[in-house]
Design a binder for this molecule. Structure first.
Ligand SMILES: *Cc1c(COP(=O)(O)O)cnc(C)c1O
Length: 382
């Protein structure tokens, strides 16, 4: 009874959400801090004062939200943890200051960056040539390739877990292909610099779309939004789920040249004219407008991360440098599966992948300092 195309579907498996007991959940890279109180106030006043608005379709073009996102990016330069806050005023680090003003027509929003990514795949990646991506990166990319019947050329990472940029550019030229990767990458937590990505863009096909997924960049990476001025084939994907403490909102976006934004909008309008609901739009606008709150959250996550990494290093763990809200670690002689299970029995969920090559590693989200202290007590007994 199933359509032929169903055979290509291998659905994404998210971090588990068991209900059998209360776990400390540091397995899905959610932010341990709640959204800004302004988000709560905005949602409450929207519902209290305008309930009839829920009976109407939301703005299909999400104009207010696109303006709020553009404004936030212009204020922050696109990397929260590197900003300074002075009495709620946010000042980007000088290196991050954008060389142009992001305009609302450069923004497209959808129900989480997962949906946005699926439209990006549909709009830009063809079935007649392989998509270039790292072997280990966000595990949704292969899922969408199966969904849209896009061939994929995964490129093995270097021994130090960095991307094999030389091989990736070589293959993208050979096939005149698009490229996608996360920067910082998951689950490795390593980041490329803006200059490194600029060089990669210079050496990749100019007439194929090049996607950088910046889900984690706010925790210390370098955003490539500033490169949009010179690279019309660049698409930057971002999300409210990690640094904007809003995984439950389901809100993600791209920043790109208006031509590419229009192409993705055409995909959306061919599937579901109204993808983001009115309440989420109100919440997301309020989040963008209180960005100083999220700068403080990102800084707290970075401080806790530094503390946890030194804990791990003191105890002989191998751990990558992290520019994300998680760490990727292992210890010689410690079986990944056993470590994962021991930690789970003690009430904490972390992430482990059965993927060959990374089975012995754990990917642990940075929680609050208190949560990480509890984890340390458990790990002391490993
Ligand atoms: C979490 C994550 C996403 C998905 O985010 P949502 O906006 O919650 O759909 C996309 N890309 C990467 C690399 C991620 O880690």
């Amino acid at each position: 009874m199933l359509a032929q195309r169903m055979k290509n579907l291998k659905p994404y498996v998210p971090g588990e959400q068991p209900k059998d007991r209360e776990y400390i959940k540091i397995n899905a890279n959610e932010n341990p801090y709640p959204p800004s109180p302004e988000v709560g106030k905005a949602v409450k006043s929207f519902i209290d004062g305008n309930l009839e608005k829920l009976g109407l379709y939301p703005d299909p073009d999400s104009k207010e939200l696109h303006a709020a996102i553009a404004d936030m990016l212009n204020k922050t330069g696109g990397v929260l943890s590197r900003c300074q806050v002075n009495k709620k005023e946010v000042i980007p680090s000088p290196e991050d200051k954008l060389p142009f003003t992001v305009t609302p027509d450069m923004i497209y929003t959808g129900n989480g960056s997962d949906e946005v990514l699926s439209f990006v795949f549909y709009a830009f990646f063809d079935s007649d040539r392989p998509l270039i991506c790292p072997e280990h990166s966000y595990s949704f990319y292969p899922v969408y390739c199966g969904f849209y019947d896009i061939p994929r050329l995964p490129v093995a990472l270097n021994k130090d877990w960095t991307l094999d940029v030389k091989k990736m550019t070589e293959l993208s030229n050979k096939n005149n292909s698009s490229t996608i990767f996360a920067n910082p990458n998951a689950p490795t937590s390593l980041a490329m610099t803006r200059a490194e990505i600029k060089k990669m863009l210079d050496e990749s096909p100019k007439d194929r779309v090049f996607v950088v997924d910046e889900a984690y960049v706010d925790f210390g990476g370098e955003s490539v939004i500033g490169l949009l001025k010179d690279y019309r084939n660049l698409v930057v994907v971002r999300t409210f789920s990690k640094s904007l403490c809003g995984a439950g909102l389901r809100s993600g976006y791209i920043v790109a040249n208006p031509d590419l934004v229009n192409a993705v909008t055409t995909v959306k309008n061919s599937l579901n004219h109204f993808p983001m609901d009115a309440v989420t739009q109100v919440a997301a606008v309020a989040a963008c407008r209180d960005v100083s709150y999220y700068v403080e959250c990102a800084k707290k996550v970075c401080d806790t991360r530094a503390d946890f990494i030194s804990y791990l290093k003191e105890r002989g763990y191998t751990v990558n440098d992290s520019k994300t809200n998680f760490v990727f670690l292992k210890k010689d002689g410690l079986e990944g599966k056993k470590a994962y299970e021991f930690i789970k029995q003690n009430g904490i969920l972390v992430r482990r992948f059965d993927t060959p090559g990374i089975e012995e590693y754990l990917r642990i989200t940075i929680g609050t300092q208190d949560q990480m202290n509890k984890l340390k007590e458990i790990m002391d007994r490993l």
